[in-house]
Design a protein around this ligand. Structure first.
Ligand code: FPP
Ligand code: MG
Length: 342
């Protein structure tokens, strides 16, 4: 079985996670190797070589493998070696990859995971259909897992799509802006975090109640993760994040720093407010100017404070879970999100 390449291991979140329990760390690395092998096999399982190339494009480019890691950590609360745990982790990554195929079409993104995006390589029609195919592959795997897997996958997929559509539609009036932001983020990002954890717990036969506690933790962690993503969109150059900087501004998506500036509507942000209330989508010098103004405003600190609040809520949500190495690793994952640079 091929091991994770040094590159993939290095990029994986597990490389940044302080796992105090060395037995757990070794188990995670071994399991992630198995997930990687199964994932690569899964995207290659087609009689159409072109489809294998397209579907394998982002998978081989890298990614942090955060969602499969969540599934594996969820499984630590039951029997982590139970049949189907590796496949459950693969399902989490396949759904995530499918959503990236679609998201990059919506954002007209040209870079993802540091490589040319699927839509930029092969066009939107191919990117959407290969995304659908990845989702179908995930459903095929789910069908052989715990009976809860298919309904959970359906619910997570529904929330992903609903979140993206609500983001497109926008808030119902200015007063709803912040609430709308958090509703969208819960659906488009946090849903997959709680799904991944929950599926791991259920597949491993974890005691009753564990999956609900993990789902609550996942909702908070996923929201914090999306806030960190919004911050990186403003602060991180493409070489660091593997994505184009300022993409949210370019496509007219209001990340949290922008939402906070719009909501406060303060006189000192006059120039930024004028740029943000122009036609949706800023490019060229206007986008550079808006990014500079955002970096100088206090919106980044305020967004960070909201992120820290979600991370504190995530840590508190761990309280009902049995103490031990896995709970410690989930707590440490909050530190990884807080200090994200990519
Ligand atoms: C990235 O957000 C995108 C998501 C978190 C979810 C995308 C979901 C869909 C497109 C719905 C379709 C889903 C499936 C399963 C086919 P972002 O644009 O804020 O982050 P980015 O900076 O990584 O692009
Ligand atoms: Mg995007």
């Amino acid at each position: 079985m091929p091991a994770l390449t040094a590159g993939v291991r290095g990029r994986s979140v597990v490389a940044r996670l302080t796992v105090r329990d060395k037995a757990l760390e070794r188990r995670m690395l071994r399991s992630l190797d198995r997930v990687e092998a199964r994932l690569l096999a899964c995207v290659g399982e087609t009689s159409v070589p072109f489809l294998a190339d397209v579907a394998g494009h982002l998978v081989t480019a890298g990614g942090k493998r955060l969602r499969p890691l969540l599934t594996l950590l969820g499984a630590e609360f039951g029997d982590p070696r139970a049949p189907g745990v590796v496949e459950a982790a693969v399902v989490s990554e396949l759904i995530h990859t499918a959503s990236l195929h679609h998201d990059d079409v919506m954002d007209e993104a040209v870079i993802r995971h540091g490589v040319t995006s699927v839509n930029a390589c092969w066009g939107n029609a191919v990117a959407v259909r290969s995304g659908n195919w990845l989702l179908a592959k995930a459903a095929q795997l789910s069908a052989d897992l715990t009976p809860a897997a298919v309904p959970l996958q359906a619910q997570a997929s529904e929330r992903l799509v609903r979140g993206q559509l609500r983001e497109l539609v926008g808030p119902d009036g200015d007063r709803e802006r912040l609430r709308h932001y958090f509703d969208v983020v819960a659906d488009k990002s946090a849903s997959l975090f709680s799904f991944a954890l929950r599926l791991g717990a259920l597949q491993s036969g974890a005691p009753q109640g564990v999956d609900e506690a993990l789902a609550r933790y996942g909702e908070h962690l996923g929201t914090a993760f999306q806030i960190s993503d919004d911050l990186l969109d403003v602060t991180a150059p493409a070489w660091q994040s593997g994505k184009e900087q300022g993409k949210d501004l370019a496509v007219g998506v209001a990340g949290l720093p922008v939402v906070l500036v719009l909501d406060a509507g303060r006189p000192q942000d006059e120039e930024l407010l004028a740029l943000l209330s122009g036609p949706a989508g800023l490019n060229g010098p206007q986008r550079d100017r808006a990014l500079g103004l955002l970096r100088r405003s206090d919106a980044l600190d305020r967004a960070r404070a909201l992120m820290d609040g979600r991370l504190a809520a995530a840590r508190s949500a761990l309280a009902p879970l049995p103490p031990g190495a896995a709970r410690g690793a989930l707590d440490a994952l909050c530190d990884v999100v807080a200090s994200r640079t990519e």
